[in-house]
Design a protein around this ligand. Structure first.
Ligand code: G1P
Length: 330
């Protein structure tokens, strides 16, 4: 197989003294370490969807006919991140089953000649090479990401959170990978959620003058509205420098008593490491709570080639018949 420049590059010895690793790791030109791996934390309890999530992980709840998690893995694969690590927890065995082959099902579909469903079943397992690691204890997003250290090694990597589905026609992750290749360091996806909503997210301070790519000067996890540095929120996509692992190991529990990824990124900024934001203005479907989940299902179903025409026609009639907001039915 062809040897690339990255293959020939001497690697920083892993496990050497922390200072040495950090200094060596900063030296390569940013684009010398391509991002190839994605980490998807899936250990959350899904309490907002109880009782459904008593037995089904929230990541497997269907958004139209695919689990929310499949959209996320497909997004990673589209961005050429074919190696995916899921950080799981207890009661998440169904996720491993979902990404495994089911030979009996495939044989049954083959016998029936149901090529379309066979293809859909294949696509769900072949989209990426999926690996699993257990988080052990639920100690926050930063702690979940730290479980990926051995899998990731000494390369930048992406983190995709399952609550946000990004429309396949928008190329947020690809754009973030480009920004990382150009500037090095770490990159987060940002969305202007308005000041009134910023306390639900990681918030950032940015250098003035940027438009869709901004230099981040500070981060704070879920600040009170009147203390937020801006209305720009981190949404669930990150491309992180591997140096974040050393920082996470030393990050004390923060908001909610959890080890926060936002706090580790704030430390990287304080140390002068580049952290950029890509301000997203495309289509995002939030599946994080019940109302947003319903909206996501309706939006995505209405845009499907197969279901969309029939669904839109029905939806238009249904909406026309709805009583106006606030009015009670006679
Ligand atoms: C996490 C992060 C937060 C980020 C959010 C995006 O919070 O800690 O910084 O803004 O994801 O969805 P969570 O939603 O897990 O509370």
């Amino acid at each position: 197989c062809p040897v690339t420049a990255a293959d020939r590059r001497p690697r920083a010895p892993r496990g050497a003294g922390p200072g040495r690793v950090t200094r060596l790791a900063r030296m390569p030109t940013p684009s010398a370490r391509p991002t190839r791996k994605a980490v998807i934390p899936v250990a959350g309890m899904g309490t907002r969807f109880l009782p459904a999530t008593k037995a089904v992980p929230k990541e497997l709840l269907p958004v139209v006919d695919r689990p929310a998690l499949q959209y996320i893995v497909e997004e990673a694969a589209r961005a050429a991140l074919g190696e995916v690590l899921m950080v799981t927890g207890r009661n998440k065995a169904a996720i491993e089953d979902f990404f495994d082959r089911v030979p009996e099902l495939e044989t049954a579909l083959e016998k029936k000649g149901d090529a379309a469903r066979l293809e859909a079943v294949h696509a769900s397992t072949e989209v990426a090479q999926v690996h699993f690691v257990r988080q052990g204890e639920a100690r926050g997003l930063g702690h979940a990401v730290l479980q990926a250290a051995a899998f990731v090694g000494d390369e930048p990597f992406a983190v995709l959170l399952g609550d946000d589905i990004i429309d396949a026609r928008d190329h947020l992750l690809e754009q973030m990978l480009q920004v990382q290749a150009e500037h090095g360091g770490s990159v987060v996806a940002l969305l202007d959620v308005g000041r009134e909503n910023i306390d639900k997210y990681g918030a950032v301070a940015v250098e003035p003058g940027g438009t869709d790519v901004v230099a981040i000067t500070g981060l704070v996890e879920k600040p009170p509205v009147d203390e937020a540095p801006s209305s720009l929120a981190i949404i669930g996509r990150y491309v992180l420098a591997p140096e974040v692992f050393d920082v996470l190991r030393e990050t004390a529990p923060g908001r909610g008593g959890e080890i926060q990824l936002t706090d580790a990124l704030a430390t990287l900024v304080e140390r002068g490491e580049p952290v950029h934001g890509v301000v997203f203005s495309g289509r995002r479907y939030d599946t994080g709570d019940r109302l947003d989940y319903l909206k996501a299902v309706v939006q995505l179903a209405s845009e499907r080639d197969d279901l969309g025409p029939g669904f839109r026609a029905w939806l238009a009639e249904f909406v026309a018949d709805l009583p106006a907001a606030g009015a009670s039915e006679a």
